[in-house]
Design a protein around this ligand. Structure first.
Ligand SMILES: Cc1ncc(COP(=O)(O)O)c(C=O)c1O
Length: 356
């Protein structure tokens, strides 16, 4: 794979305070770019990160053909950066692309482009435990044509951003509320895809939830409004009477990579786990009976996020003593241990990139 690399004349890294990183606001020196036109992906490039110019007729701005991924790269030692499950992230990017009529990309181009990007920007991978380099692949329709049909031209970027440790002073358990009068996704829609519009549509209910003091929305199914699906940017797990339960992939839930990791760790450690439909009433009943032992979210950003409270139609259930439970802790320690190369990766999840 030949990638044309244009390095920056002057790195911006000396202006970055790695002890005070604001999520998603600092970008590394370079970006990967590949353009789809005339029915094929053109030669990939790595070039200085910076503005790209388009006119307001850019098709994705009007019709939302835009898909992305969110993954992380972790500093292991001065020679090695670990990517976590890049093949799974790439597969999901292609699933999202397929649903949105965006052209798919091949894994070889993706991974070799990403490896080159990490090598040239290796100094941007923060070194402290808990910090990481957030990797954002993004494909969008870039034809200048305002007709409601799939575009003929696309831009594919990979940009990277150093991010702080999610938990700086211990875990901060979150509170969730269901969103009356709103739905996130329905089977057959775009809920399984990581596409821009899903997030845009969730901002209003998320703002209403925040106004009432809740951290995020707990989404229920769109048809019966009873079955728990997922949280704003996380999948969800309940530990009820010793068993972990997570909503099955219904066609409207995002197939989280962290979710899959939690399931595999549970299976490997003899922790009972079931993927099944679970209603919000069952969750509240378990709370009333005192058998709702733990609730936690799973996602790339926080890895594991303990939930302290769930609100639904004027009622609330509090979980445990508001601190992280033992299963959530085990999942967090195992996954982060593997990501930072502190625990041997018997699952084959890490993709080490040698930077020298
Ligand atoms: C809607 C939604 N659900 C779940 C997740 C968790 O997925 P992952 O574990 O792959 O980060 C995310 C984050 O990407 C998300 O945006």
């Amino acid at each position: 794979m030949s990638i044309k690399i244009t390095p920056v004349a002057n790195s911006r890294i000396s202006a970055v305070n790695f002890d005070n990183l604001d999520f998603g606001r600092t970008f590394s020196d370079h970006m990967f770019e590949m353009i789809w036109q005339n029915g094929a992906w053109q030669k990939p490039k790595i070039l200085p990160y910076g503005p790209v110019s388009f006119t307001p007729a850019l098709q994705s701005l009007h019709y939302g053909q835009s898909v992305f991924e969110g993954m992380k790269a972790y500093y292991v030692d001065e020679n090695t950066i670990n990517l976590f499950r890049p093949e799974d992230h790439h597969r999901r990017l292609n699933l999202s692309s397929k649903r949105l009529c965006v052209p798919e990309t091949d894994y070889d181009t993706f991974i070799s482009g990403l490896e080159e990007l990490l090598k040239i920007d290796s100094k941007w991978v923060p070194k402290k435990h808990g910090q990481a380099l957030y990797v954002r692949p993004l494909v969008f329709a870039s034809e200048e044509f305002i007709a409601a049909k799939a575009a003929d031209k696309y831009h594919f970027y990979i940009i990277t951003s150093p991010v702080a440790a999610y938990y700086k002073e211990g875990f901060s358990p979150v509170s969730l509320t269901t969103a009356e009068g709103f739905v996130r996704a329905v089977k057959g829609g775009t809920g399984e895809a990581k596409t821009a519009g899903n997030y845009a549509a969730s901002f209003m209910p998320a703002q209403l939830a925040a106004k009432k003091g809740f951290t995020q929305v707990l989404w229920l199914d769109a048809i019966e409004n009873r079955y728990v699906e997922e949280v704003g940017t996380m999948n969800i797990f309940f530990k009820i009477n010793g068993k972990l339960i997570t909503p099955e992939l219904s066609g409207s839930v995002l197939n989280g990579i962290t979710r899959r990791s939690v399931i595999e760790i549970a299976k490997n450690n003899g922790i009972p786990i079931e993927e099944k439909r679970i209603t919000i009433d069952e969750v509240f009943e378990a709370g009333e009976k005192g058998i709702l032992e733990e609730v936690f979210g799973s996602g790339t950003a926080a890895v594991i996020s303990p939930v302290k409270l769930i609100h639904h139609q004027g009622k609330q259930v509090e979980i445990g003593d508001g601190r992280i439970g033992e299963t959530a802790r085990k999942m967090f320690d195992t996954i982060t241990g593997i990501q930072y190369g502190k625990i041997r990766d018997t699952y084959g999840w890490t993709h080490p990139v040698k930077i020298q």
